[in-house]
Design a protein around this ligand. Structure first.
Ligand code: CAO
Length: 415
């Protein structure tokens, strides 16, 4: 079966997480992704957080599936020429170097345009134009600068970063959308363009509802669905809301049977208005369905703490899975707190290709997260990440280099 991005060739100049997330997605959609790495070293994550000596780390393998790897020293004049040839043959150059690195290498936007006016140059940077545009940025910096950290955690504690890699993988997703959009525009315009996804912008985009809340707070001085209401204090900025639900449907994380020993024996429980009467029945508080202090969403807001305490008395008598099964029967929105161990072992996620087992020549079998975006006409088959420079000869031959030229370039340290 053909793939959605068949025929699209990506010059993948990315490293670490944000850029590789983007190009892995494009590879899963069928693009030919050629990852350019420095000979001898490669993407720094190959050796980071290794669990097996001298074997590509899970960090690297889980972000670079379905790609080919070619080594080029792009600071070597002959290596530069190879990169120029690649630029002429590819549709998109994706990079996430520190600001200015591509220019310092001699590959300015103008130079790339001279080589290939159809080339789309897509970049992840920490910040967009402004006071911080020259800064190097990693995940947690972006989470802090994008508004996630100041709004995550509990009111009486410090800012907290989330385990979801919204700065890196989140920005990679944004960039991938920018690239396919630019490819689509190119079908009309015939021209390439620059695509920029700044990590601060990506995080802020995912924290959009908190900017909504900032303006509500500015106007009314309070936010009734936040745990600070009605007894706590609101300051000038959106406070940390603990586990309160971001939307208009109050929710909280509640203990389940076994919470004393299992750190994940919890369930997220949403007191959705349309099923309030059913919630009251399930927890044995039938009278709350008609009591004017509890019957409407507005009446319930000042009592949310008591309400969740009462619901928790019920959830503590059930495991998170038992609670889930009972609540689902009544359409009460809830979700078990799943550990990574439980997720890794979940058969339904294996079935859908969301969790995939991959075989690797030096590491053996390992688990990875497959493509979370499922296209019915372009199914994803996850194939292992490339060894460093595994496809150098193959790609060089496709670019028109003879075996003798390849060996001379290797001797000169260009590839
Ligand atoms: N041949 C020769 N040189 C190469 C090369 C190759 N194949 N590939 C890269 N290089 C060079 C670059 O040209 C650069 O050289 P200069 O510093 O002389 O310009 C150098 O390698 C290192 O690049 P870098 O500065 O990007 O790498 P770093 O490890 O110091 O910084 C990071 C890493 C992520 C902080 C930085 O790249 C960055 O801020 N990127 C943008 C934001 C981003 O994506 N952050 C998320 C990373 S995922 O957590």
């Amino acid at each position: 079966m053909s793939k959605a991005l068949d025929g699209v060739r990506i010059l993948d100049f990315t490293h670490v997480q944000s850029g590789p997330t983007c190009t892995q997605l494009l590879a899963w959609f069928g693009a030919d992704v050629i990852k350019v790495e420095r000979a001898g070293a490669g993407d720094i994550t190959r050796e980071q957080l290794r669990d097996i000596p001298d074997v590509d780390s899970l960090y690297f393998t889980m972000l670079n599936h379905n790609k080919r790897s070619i080594t080029i020293d792009t600071k070597n004049p002959e290596g530069k020429q190879v990169l120029e040839t690649l630029i002429q043959k590819c549709d998109v150059l994706v990079e996430n170097f520190a600001p200015g690195a591509l220019d310092r290498m001699g590959f300015t936007w103008e130079r790339i345009q001279e080589l290939n006016p159809r080339m789309i140059v897509a970049s992840v940077k920490g910040f967009g134009p402004g006071p911080y545009e020259d800064c190097k940025v990693y995940e947690n910096v972006a989470q802090c600068a994008g508004g996630a950290a100041s709004t995550t955690g509990f009111d009486d504690g410090p800012p907290v970063v989330t385990g979801a890699q919204i700065g890196d993988s989140g920005t990679g997703l944004h960039l991938a959308l920018g690239i396919v959009t630019a490819l689509y525009q190119r079908t009309q315009s015939g021209r390439g363009q620059k695509v920029l996804a700044a990590m601060q912008d990506g995080v802020l985009n995912l924290c959009r509802v908190k900017l909504r809340d900032q303006q509500r707070l500015d106007r009314t001085g309070t936010m009734k669905e936040y745990p600070q209401y009605p007894n706590g204090k609101f300051g000038e900025a959106v406070p940390r809301a603990g586990n309160a639900s971001g939307g208009g449907q109050p929710g909280w994380i509640l203990k389940c049977k076994g919470w004393e020993t299992d750190p994940n024996a919890y369930i997220y429980f949403i007191t959705q208005a349309p099923v309030w009467a059913k919630i009251c029945n399930v927890i044995g508080k039938e009278e709350w369905a008609t009591d004017p202090n509890y019957a409407t969403p507005a009446a319930r807001l000042p009592h949310l703490k008591d309400i969740f305490a009462e619901i928790e008395r019920w959830t503590m008598t059930k495991t998170k899975f038992e609670a889930m099964q009972i609540l689902n029967k009544y359409d009460i929105p809830c979700g078990p707190i799943l550990s990574m161990k439980e997720i890794a072992e979940e058969p339904s996620l294996r079935k859908t290709g969301t969790i995939v087992e991959v075989d690797h020549p030096t590491r053996g079998k390992y688990l990875t997260v497959g493509n979370p975006i499922k296209l019915s006409d372009s199914p994803t088959e996850v194939t292992r990440s490339p060894l460093l420079g595994e496809h150098t000869d193959e790609v060089m031959a496709e670019l028109g280099y003879s075996p003798e030229q390849i060996s001379a370039l290797r001797t000169a340290g260009a590839i």
